[in-house]
Design a protein around this ligand. Structure first.
Ligand SMILES: Cc1cc2nc3c(=O)[nH]c(=O)nc-3n(C[C@H](O)[C@H](O)[C@H](O)COP(=O)(O)OP(=O)(O)OC[C@H]3O[C@@H](n4cnc5c(N)ncnc54)[C@H](O)[C@@H]3O)c2cc1C
Length: 280
């Protein structure tokens, strides 16, 4: 499709062999999206470095471009160097550079405190070998000292050499538009791609959202809670809400959409069909 916005898909490393097989099926089903790249999370939800490496290899067998996420908190420069060299050998061209979440009980210390340290490290050691994405938070990172500081620290990551950003998911497009405008006012003009979370399961969504600071508007929360165990109604409502959100974002000219697939094909495919970005 001419002038199609960039599309990217995110997966997480599965924990069992059965889930690994299911991920293969999911990935195959999503090849019709022809994503610009797919990304693989790192260390989230208890997954390991080996799990991420395995999933990156698995995704490379399906998609031409894979972007591993790398989180740096608690890692030494030697460990980061080793991982980055491995990715360079695998001909990985794009990375998502993150701080990661602090393990409980973790104090200060470690060679990397914030994602900006990782961006600087990659640029210093590998110059422009990798295209670097970083995370952005239109509804403000939950540990941010203030909205203003969070925005300033986001700008610092771009000034340190990041090429673009992917946002935490949100359901309120005004938060995204405001964030992009404020970033632009600070001189940030790299693509800030909205992260899109399909809605399929209320309790899981509520848990994630509470943890990452994404606000579920009251009307959406109430509607979802009211459906109880009625999965078909949750799915139909969720699809409609997220397709409308994407439509609004695309109409406003966002540079792309990044889907948190949760390792499932159909919720993302249904939204893309609704948007007519893929065939029926
Ligand atoms: C697109 C996306 C992908 C993700 N993938 C993963 C993943 O694969 N694995 C995983 O574990 N987590 C992942 N996360 C979650 C992420 O790791 C957490 O949100 C984490 O708490 C922050 O990571 P960050 O890279 O945004 O950190 P940072 O940019 O370092 O920001 C973290 C906090 O520190 C503050 N801060 C930043 N710089 C400074 C500074 N110089 N001085 C003082 N304060 C500062 C910020 O305001 C913010 O509150 C992802 C999030 C997003 C949006």
């Amino acid at each position: 499709m001419a002038n199609r916005p960039s599309l990217s898909l995110e997966f997480f490393p599965p924990k069992t062999l059965e889930a690994r097989d299911r991920l293969q099926t999911t990935a195959q089903a999503l090849t019709c999206v022809a994503p610009d790249y797919v990304s693989v999370t790192y260390g989230a939800g208890g997954s390991t470095r080996e799990g991420s490496l395995d999933s990156v290899g698995q995704m490379l067998s399906v998609f031409p471009s894979v972007a591993p996420h790398i989180s740096c908190i608690g890692a030494s420069t030697e460990q980061m160097e080793e991982l980055l060299s491995l990715y360079a050998e695998m001909k990985i061209a794009r990375l998502v550079a993150l701080r990661g979440d602090l393990p409980s009980g973790y104090g200060q210390g470690g060679e990397f405190q914030h994602a900006v340290d990782l961006v600087r490290f990659i640029r210093a050691r590998y110059q422009n070998s990798f295209h670097i994405e970083v995370a952005a938070y239109p509804e403000i990172h939950p540990q941010a000292r203030s909205a203003q500081d969070d925005l300033r620290f986001f700008a610092e990551k771009i000034q340190a050499g990041a090429d673009g950003a992917i946002t935490q998911y949100f359901f309120n497009s005004d938060a995204y538009f405001r964030f992009v405008d404020d970033a632009f006012a600070l001189g940030i003009d790299v693509p800030i791609v909205p992260g899109i979370m399909p809605i399929t399961n209320f309790s899981q969504l509520a848990r994630f959202s509470d943890a990452c600071g994404a606000e579920i508007p009251r009307w959406i929360r109430q509607r979802l809670a009211g459906y109880g165990d009625d999965v078909a109604s949750i799915t139909a409502f969720g699809q409609e809400v997220i397709t409308d959100l994407c439509d609004q974002l695309l109409t406003a000219g966002v540079p792309g959409l990044h889907f948190y697939t949760m390792n499932r094909a159909e919720p993302t495919l249904a939204i893309l069909r609704g948007l007519k970005l893929i065939g029926a």
